[in-house]
Design a protein around this ligand. Structure first.
Ligand code: PMP
Length: 332
């Protein structure tokens, strides 16, 4: 019999797919891991499992414990899906600006969701700080509370090093010339970047950063400077997290929504792949990296989550019109 014992065993080992239009346009092989196939519907199931397993190992999280985290949503969903299967409760702090669909999914799975105003990291009311304070208070009251701290807990990047990075190396038979990704915590870029550089130092590791984030200017010009805005969620940052600090970045691109959204529409309409905003930034970044490397190279990126998670934004003609952003032709 071929059976898995738990949904926890279904995290990772995602399919690598060739993206037709981006490959044809660039003369490169543009490949992407279908991370939306993870049980919680996003790449962040990997982070969630990595953080939980490390906390169990260190003794920070024990049977029946509570996990507290600040998240744009996907890590919260991952922690809750895996937490349900392993017997942990979750308390999830999220900026109120994140999509209603992610909030609904968290509530559906039974997370205790707390929405907080979206304010910068330097403000003590930022969701990351609020979640840390709450975790400390709850731990004093009941004990066995684990603050996951995905941005600065390097168990995040280490899990990507051990899984995502090795999967890419094996699935491409080592024929990978570049990896490009949009960073949130930096866990994926650090883990995959370190793994691929170790196997093949010549691999180019590139950051694909949305407008509204300070990371591009940090890698391109050495200082954090935020330019523009973006409707994408879960990506971009204005500080160097402990995970991002170990990402071996060779190149950085800045991608406006006007460039990433058409890729989302094209993947859906012509390849049947429905993904969220960060995947559009990743594919746009892969096309830019192909331009740098030239035809004949193999570039890997990630399709991070399902587009249905952002239906009220990415596929809402009214919302897009208000923002003067491209509207999918079949929804006009
Ligand atoms: N895409 C989506 C949809 C995400 O939710 C996240 C994480 N918040 C990322 C990309 C970025 O991944 P990482 O945290 O590993 O940088």
């Amino acid at each position: 019999m071929q059976v898995v014992k738990s949904i926890v065993d279904c995290v990772g080992s995602t399919t690598l797919i060739r993206l037709g239009a981006p490959s044809r346009k660039t003369g490169c092989e543009i490949l992407a891991k279908m991370e939306f196939l993870n049980p919680g519907g996003s790449i962040k199931d990997r982070t969630a499992l990595g953080l939980i397993r490390a906390a169990e190992k260190s003794g920070e999280l024990r049977s029946g414990g509570t996990i507290v985290e600040g998240t744009a949503g996907n890590t919260g969903i991952g922690l809750t899906v895996i937490g349900n299967a392993l017997g942990y409760r979750t308390v999830i702090f999220m900026p109120a600006t994140q999509s209603q669909e992610k909030i609904n999914a968290l509530r559906l799975y039974g997370a205790d969701v707390r929405l907080v105003p979206a304010v910068p990291y330097k403000n003590p009311e930022n969701y990351v700080h609020v979640s840390e304070r709450y975790a400390k208070e709850l731990n004093e009251q009941q004990g066995n509370v684990f603050w996951a701290n995905q941005f600065d807990n390097t168990a995040n990047g280490d899990f990507h090093y051990a899984t995502t990075g090795q999967e890419i190396w094996q699935q491409t038979d080592g024929e990978v010339d570049g990896f490009v990704f949009a960073a949130g915590t930096g866990g994926t870029l650090s883990g995959v970047g370190r793994a691929l550089k170790e196997h093949k130092p010549a691999t180019t590791i590139a950051l694909s950063d949305p407008t509204g984030s300070g990371l591009y200017s940090y890698y391109a010009h050495g200082e954090f400077k935020v330019v523009g805005t973006s409707i994408t969620e879960g990506i971009g940052n204005s500080r160097l997290t402990r995970n991002m600090a170990t990402a071996p970045i060779d190149l950085a691109f800045q991608i406006p929504d006007e460039e990433s959204l058409p890729w989302i529409h094209e993947l859906l309409r012509y390849e049947g792949i429905c993904v969220g905003g960060s995947s559009g930034v990743n594919v746009a970044g892969a096309v830019r990296l192909a331009g740098e490397l030239g035809p004949g190279h193999t570039i890997v990126t990630m399709l991070c989550d399902y587009g249905t998670r952002y239906r009220s934004k990415l596929f809402n003609p009214q919302f897009l019109k208000e923002k003067s952003l491209p509207i999918p032709e079949w929804l006009q």
